[in-house]
Ligand binder design. Structure first.
Ligand code: CA
Length: 226
């Protein structure tokens, strides 16, 4: 398992690299955002540990860039920034988990293992509905001959809807199932991701309806939907 650590604090980076190497991972380190992008363009890794406060470009920008380049390795964000907004920003841009500094090495290791396990073992067969197929491993949906790339969160969101098609999913249930955290009930995380997913489903044979004040429901597209 190859890991990339993106961290400009040399002491922290070295201690993480030492620990993770002892725990059996092949570890590479870089100390800036641009170096991370260059490194990830060259070679795939199994997971990335990404500090947000980097000297050149912000860690969130690194996330945006690597997701837009189709790099789908799980990303564990390290942040000194407390508060919900920084965490929501990172998750919205495709982070899979985060740790707030200072943290215990044991917790980082446990979270990293969980991410790698989730990434390695698809828990379902391809899901399909009304001619749309969701690939369980690749972040792609197939609509006829067309393939559309999803972010990891959009993929998780659509998988949930496909498993429970036709059911009314409450916004708070979606939040817990897809994001795994108990954010404030007022967070717009779910609606932001659904808006993005709907854009990608413009030509799809399925529609996500909003049920005002409650949540969302997936159904087959009708001719009257246009
Ligand atoms: Ca830093």
């Amino acid at each position: 398992m190859a890991l990339l650590i993106v961290e400009d604090n040399a002491t922290l980076s070295a201690s993480l690299a030492r620990g993770l190497t002892e725990d059996g991972y092949a570890v590479d380190t870089v100390d800036s955002g641009l170096a991370a992008l260059r490194r990830l363009d060259r070679q795939d890794v199994d997971a990335v540990v990404l500090d947000l406060g980097l000297p050149d470009i912000d860690g969130v920008e690194v996330l945006v860039q690597l997701r837009s380049r189709g790099i789908n390795a799980p990303v564990l964000v390290l942040t000194a920034r407390d508060g919900v907004k920084a965490r929501v920003d990172a998750l919205e841009q495709g982070a899979d988990d985060y740790l707030v500094k200072p943290f215990e090495y044991a917790e980082l290791l446990a979270r990293l293992r969980a991410l790698l396990r989730r990434a390695a073992a698809p828990r379902w067969a391809p899901l399909s509905y009304n001619g749309l197929v969701l690939d369980p491993i690749e972040l792609d949906i197939t609509i006829g001959t067309q393939r559309v790339r999803l972010s990891p969160r959009e993929h998780a969101l659509l998988a949930l809807f496909l498993r429970r098609k036709g059911e009314l999913l409450r916004r708070d249930d979606i939040l817990v199932q897809v994001f795994g955290y108990h954010f404030e009930p007022g967070t717009n995380l779910v609606s932001v991701h659904i808006a993005n997913l709907r854009k990608k489903l413009r030509d799809a044979p399925i529609v996500i309806d909003a049920v005002r004040g409650v949540g969302y429901r997936l159904r087959a597209r009708e001719p009257s939907d246009g």
